[in-house]
Ligand binder design. Structure first.
Ligand code: DPP
Ligand code: ZN
Length: 869
C-alpha cells in the first residue's frame, strides 16, 4: 500500500474544464462514455487518470481513436504519454454495479442505481483526475429501461428528457457550478417523491424534493421541514442562500456514511431521512434534522468553496459540523446540545486521540483516505472552528466567514486560507492557531490555586501539556471561559490587573505556563473554569468535592453545572473501581449522593438538563481515566452505583416517572419540551428497573406495550434487555414481530442485543449473525450488530478472549465485501494497549492474525498496521 503525504502536494498537471458523461445503465454491464475538455498546466508530463475496478474499452483523442500502444494501464492509472496543450479526450468504459459491494462508485441499493464518490469513488465510474482541486462543469445523459428505472437524476438542472426505442428513456442534466468529481451523483430507480418549495432571501423559488422507495413515502415530511429550517437558518445566521432552482434528496438503504452532499442531489442513508413517531426515536429525529442541515450547509462550506486536497478535509467537515451544531442548538436548546456534543467528544474522540490512530485534525499522511473521516477531523475540527468564534465573537466570526467566501468562492483551498480570512477580517494575528492543526492528542490543562487572604488574590497557576506529542509540543491557544463564585455560590465580578472584566471573561492561555491573578477575591471563592467547554482539553484542577458540588448547584453556566456533577460521579466511580480491584465493596461519597438528591428535587423544573445530569458516565469515558482499563471492575462499579442511586432514590424516581407520565399523556411531537420530558421519564424507568423489583419490571413491560411512539417503546425495551426476567424475551420477541418489515427498526433490535449488559451477549450476537434478517452487505445492519458489539466493553472484552476471536472472524468476512466498513469495525481492537497484559496478548494475537490475511484490504491493513507499531 502506498502512503500519501501532505508535503508531496503538487497542483494538477492538467485541468479538466468540462465533462460530458453518458451512462447506459445496466445492473451488470453499465457503459460509461466520458468526454473531457482538457488543458495542460505543466509541461512534459504524461496524462495520468485514476481508475479502479473498471474495464476501459476505447480511448479517443480529439476524435481520433487511439491504438492500444498509445495508452496503457498501470498501478491504477490510465496513462497517455503524448497529449497536446488542449484536447478532448473520449473514454468508453464498462462497470458492474451489481457486484459492487464496497458501495463506492456506482452501485445498486434495493435494485436502484446510486453513487458515492467521496473520497475516491469517482475513479470506479470512469478514468479521471480524481482529486478535489480539479473543478469542472458537468453535463450528464442517463439512459435506462423506463419501467425499471422511471426516475433518472443527476446534479444541477434537468435540461431534457424523453423516450428511446426498446422501452428505454433518457434524461439530460447540466450542473452550471464547477465542482470536483467527488460531488458527482447519479440516481436511477423506481422512486417516489414528496415536493415542497422554498423562497430564498433573493426571491429564488427552489423546488425541494425527497425521493424514496414507494413504501417509505409517508416518512419524509420531517426531513423536508428540517431542510427548510436549515435553508432559512443559513440565510439568517450566515447570509448564505441556495444557488439553484432544484434541491433533491434521495434516501437509500445501503450507504457507508450518514449522507453525502453531492451538488443539488444529496444522497442519504435512509436512517437520516425516514421518520414517523411510531418508528423513530427523539434521538433519531434529532439526528435527521442535524444531518439534513449538515449536508445542506455543505453547499457553501464544501461545494462552493472546496478542499485543495484530502488533507484539508477538516476545512469543510470541521466547519460544517460546527455549523450544524449551532443550528441544532438554535432549534433545540443550546446548552443541551452543547452537553450532548461534549459527552460525544469525550466518549469517541478523546480515546481516538489517545490511541495509535491519533492524528492532527489536518492529517499529514494516509494510505486510504476513507480511514480519515474520523471523530478527530469532524468533531475536534468543529471544536477548533468554535475556538475562532470564542476568540473573535459571533460578529467577528461572521466577518471572517464573509471574507472567506468573498475570497475563495469557486476555489479549492486549505485550512490556512480559512485561518487567514478569519485573521484578516478581524485585523488580528491568528498564526498560533496553526498548532491546533498540526499536533495530535488531547491537550491537558493543569490548574493549581494559591490564595493569599491578606491581598485577596487568587493565583491560578496554569500549565498546558500535550502528552501525545511530549516535551517538544508547540503550545496551543486555549481559550478558558471563566467565572467566580463566592462560598455560597453567588457570582463574583472578575478583576485582573486592576481592571473589572465583568462576571465572566475568556482568558487566552497560549503558553506552556502562565499565572492568572484574580483580585478582590474573598475567602472560599471557587473559580468556574472552562464554561461552555471553551476548548477541547482535559482539565485537571485541585478543586475538592465540596467545591465541585458548589459549582454543580450554583454555577450559572448550564454546561459547567452538568460537568461538575459529572466530575463528582466520575470521581466516585474511580474510587469504586479501585475498591473493587482490592476486593472491597465500594463506598459512595456523601457529597455526591447529596448532590444527586438536590438535583432530583429540582429535576422536573428542567427535565432535559436533568436527564443528562443524572445519567452516569459511560464505561468508555470512565475507562479513559485510568492508565490500564480494568474491564470488570469498571463494569461492576458503574452497575453498583446505578443500583445504589436506584434504591436510595426509588421514591423520587417513582414520583418523577408518575408526574411526567401524566404530563406526557398527549400526542407525540418532536420538540425540545417533550424530548426533555421523555428522556427524563425513560431514565427514571431505567433506575426503577435497576432496583430489581418485579413491580418495576412489570411496569417497564407495560410502558413498552402501551407506548404510542418509538422513543417510549424503545426506552422501555432497553431497560428490559439488561435484566434476566421473562419480560425481556416477551418484549424483544414482540418488538421483532411488530416491526419485522421495517429495516431501520430491526437495526435497533439488533443493536439493543449487541449492546446489552446481559451476561450472554456474546452468545446472543453469535446467534444473531445467523438470523435470517442479518446480512453482511448492508452497512447499517453490520454496524448495528458487529459495530455495537465491539463497543460493548463487558461482552467484547470477555476475559477468555472469545469476543476478540469472534469479532476478528466477522471483520474478515466484511473485509471481503466492504473494506470501508471493515476498517471501522476494527476500531475497538486499536485500543489494545490500554488493557491488562492478558487481554493485550489476546487482542494483539487477533490483530496479527488479521494482518497475515493475504487478501486484506488496504483500508484494514492501514488500521491494523498502525495499531501494531
Ligand atoms: N458525507 C460525509 C459528510 O457529509 C462526507 N462528506 O460529512
Ligand atoms: Zn460533512
Amino acid at each position: 500500500p502506498v502512503e500519501h503525504r501532505l508535503e508531496d502536494y503538487q497542483s494538477p498537471a492538467f485541468a479538466i474544464d468540462d465533462v460530458h458523461l453518458l451512462f447506459q445503465l445496466d445492473p451488470v454491464a453499465t457503459r460509461v462514455t466520458s468526454t473531457l475538455a482538457m488543458r495542460r498546466q505543466r509541461a512534459e508530463e504524461p496524462l495520468q487518470l485514476n481508475l479502479e475496478n473498471l474495464v476501459v474499452e476505447s480511448v479517443a483523442l480529439d476524435g481520433i481513436e487511439l491504438g492500444e500502444s498509445a495508452w496503457r494501464i498501470e498501478d491504477g492509472r490510465l496513462i497517455i504519454e503524448d497529449v497536446p496543450e488542449r484536447f478532448t479526450l473520449r473514454i468508453r468504459n464498462r462497470i458492474n454495479p451489481k457486484e459492487n459491494t464496497a458501495l463506492e462508485g456506482l452501485y445498486l441499493s434495493s435494485g436502484n442505481f446510486c453513487t458515492q464518490c467521496e473520497a475516491e469513488g469517482f475513479r470506479r465510474i470512469t478514468p479521471f483526475l480524481d482529486r478535489p482541486d480539479v473543478l469542472a462543469t458537468y453535463t450528464v445523459r442517463i439512459e435506462a429501461d423506463k419501467s425499471a428505472y422511471p426516475v433518472l437524476l443527476s446534479n444541477g438542472n434537468l435540461i431534457e428528457q424523453g423516450d428511446l426505442p426498446d422501452g428505454q428513456h433518457y434524461a439530460l442534466w447540466h450542473d452550471p457550478w464547477k465542482k470536483p468529481c467527488y460531488l458527482f451523483a447519479l440516481v436511477a430507480g423506481d422512486l417516489q417523491f414528496i415536493e415542497d418549495h422554498y423562497t430564498t432571501a433573493g426571491e429564488r423559488d427552489v423546488t425541494l424534493r425527497i425521493y424514496v422507495e414507494p413504501h417509505n413515502i409517508d416518512r419524509c415530511e420531517f426531513a423536508m421541514q428540517a431542510l427548510k429550517r436549515a435553508m432559512r437558518w443559513d440565510e439568517e445566521r450566515f447570509g448564505l442562500s441556495y444557488d439553484l432552482d432544484v434541491f433533491n434528496i434521495v434516501a437509500v438503504d445501503d450507504f457507508n456514511m450518514g449522507a453525502m452532499e453531492n451538488k443539488s442531489l444529496n444522497i442519504f442513508n435512509s436512517k437520516y431521512i425516514l421518520a414517523r413517531p411510531e418508528t423513530a426515536t427523539d434521538t433519531d429525529y434529532e439526528g435527521i434534522e442535524s444531518v439534513v442541515a449538515h449536508e445542506y450547509f455543505h453547499n457553501w462550506t464544501g461545494n462552493r468553496v472546496t478542499c485543495r486536497d484530502w488533507f484539508q478535509l477538516t476545512l469543510k467537515e470541521g466547519l460544517t459540523v460546527f455549523r450544524d451544531q449551532e443550528f441544532t442548538a438554535d432549534m433545540l436548546l443550546p446548552s443541551i446540545k452543547r452537553i450532548q456534543d461534549v459527552i460525544h467528544l469525550r466518549r469517541y474522540q478523546f480515546p481516538e486521540d489517545a490511541g495509535p490512530m491519533a492524528h492532527p485534525i489536518q492529517p499529514k499522511s494516509y494510505i486510504k483516505m476513507d480511514n480519515f473521516y474520523t471523530m478527530t477531523v469532524y468533531e475536534k475540527g468543529a471544536e477548533v472552528v468554535r475556538i475562532y468564534q470564542t476568540l473573535l465573537g459571533r460578529e467577528g466570526f461572521r466577518k471572517g466567514m464573509d471574507l472567506y467566501f468573498q475570497r475563495h468562492d469557486g476555489q479549492a483551498v486549505t485550512v490556512d486560507d480559512f485561518r487567514q480570512a478569519m485573521a484578516d477580517a478581524n485585523g488580528v494575528d491568528l498564526s498560533s492557531m496553526r498548532a491546533w492543526y498540526d499536533q495530535p492528542g488531547t491537550p491537558h490543562v493543569k490548574v493549581r490555586r494559591h490564595y493569599d487572604a491578606d491581598s485577596q488574590r487568587l493565583t491560578l497557576d496554569l500549565t498546558q501539556s500535550l502528552p501525545k506529542v511530549g516535551e517538544g509540543f508547540t503550545p496551543l491557544p486555549i481559550p478558558i471561559r471563566l467565572g467566580l463564585l463566592d462560598a455560597s455560590g453567588n457570582p463574583l465580578p472578575l478583576v485582573v490587573g486592576g481592571e473589572e472584566l465583568g462576571m465572566e471573561y475568556v482568558h487566552l492561555f497560549d503558553t506552556r505556563h502562565q499565572q492568572l491573578v484574580l483580585e478582590q477575591v474573598p475567602e472560599g471563592a471557587v473559580p468556574a473554569l472552562l464554561r461552555d467547554f471553551s476548548a477541547p482539553v482535559i482539565l485537571e484542577t485541585d478543586l475538592d468535592d465540596a467545591e465541585w458540588a458548589l459549582l454543580a448547584a450554583h454555577d450559572p453556566d448550564d454546561f459547567l453545572r452538568w460537568d461538575a456533577l459529572n466530575t463528582l460521579a466520575l470521581k466516585a466511580l474511580m474510587e469504586a473501581v479501585t475498591a473493587i480491584e482490592r476486593g472491597e465493596a465500594p463506598a459512595w461519597p456523601q457529597t455526591y449522593l447529596d448532590a444527586v438528591g438536590v438535583r432530583l428535587q429540582a429535576a422536573l423544573e428542567d427535565p432535559a438538563w436533568h436527564a443528562l445530569a443524572l445519567t452516569l458516565p459511560d464505561e468508555v469515558t470512565l475507562g479513559e481515566q485510568f492508565e490500564t482499563i480494568a474491564v470488570e471492575a469498571i463494569h461492576q462499579a458503574r452497575k453498583a452505583l446505578q443500583s445504589e442511586l436506584a434504591q436510595r432514590f426509588e421514591v423520587q424516581w417513582a414520583s418523577i416517572y408518575d408526574t411526567l407520565s401524566a404530563e406526557l399523556d398527549q400526542p407525540y411531537t418532536f420538540n425540545a419540551e417533550q424530548y426533555g420530558k421523555r428522556s427524563l421519564r425513560t431514565l427514571a424507568l431505567h433506575y426503577l428497573v435497576q432496583t430489581g423489583k418485579a413491580k418495576w419490571i412489570e411496569q417497564a413491560l407495560y410502558h413498552y406495550q402501551h407506548a404510542n411512539n418509538m422513543t417510549d417503546r424503545f426506552g422501555a425495551l432497553r431497560a428490559l434487555t439488561g435484566v434476566e426476567h421473562a419480560a425481556r424475551k416477551t418484549a424483544l420477541d414482540d418488538f421483532y414481530y411488530r416491526f419485522r418489515n421495517d429495516p431501520l427498526v430491526i437495526d435497533k433490535w439488533f443493536a439493543l442485543q449487541a449492546g446489552s449488559d446481559h451476561p450472554h451477549t456474546l452468545e446472543h450476537v453469535r446467534m444473531l449473525t445467523r438470523h435470517p434478517d442479518f446480512t453482511y452487505t448492508n452497512p447499517n445492519r453490520v454496524r448495528s450488530l458487529l459495530g455495537v458489539f465491539g463497543q460493548n466493553r463487558a461482552a467484547f472484552h470477555r476475559a477468555d478472549g472469545s469476543g476478540y476471536v469472534f469479532l476478528a472472524d466477522e471483520i474478515l468476512k466484511v473485509d471481503k465485501l466492504n473494506p470501508q466498513i471493515a476498517a471501522r469495525l476494527l476500531s475497538p481492537f486499536t485500543q489494545w494497549r490500554r488493557f491488562d497484559t492478558a487481554r493485550q496478548a489476546l487482542m494483539k494475537a487477533q490483530l496479527e492474525r488479521i494482518l497475515q490475511v493475504p487478501s486484506l484490504s488496504s483500508n484494514s491493513y492501514e488500521i491494523v498496521e498502525k495499531s501494531l507499531t
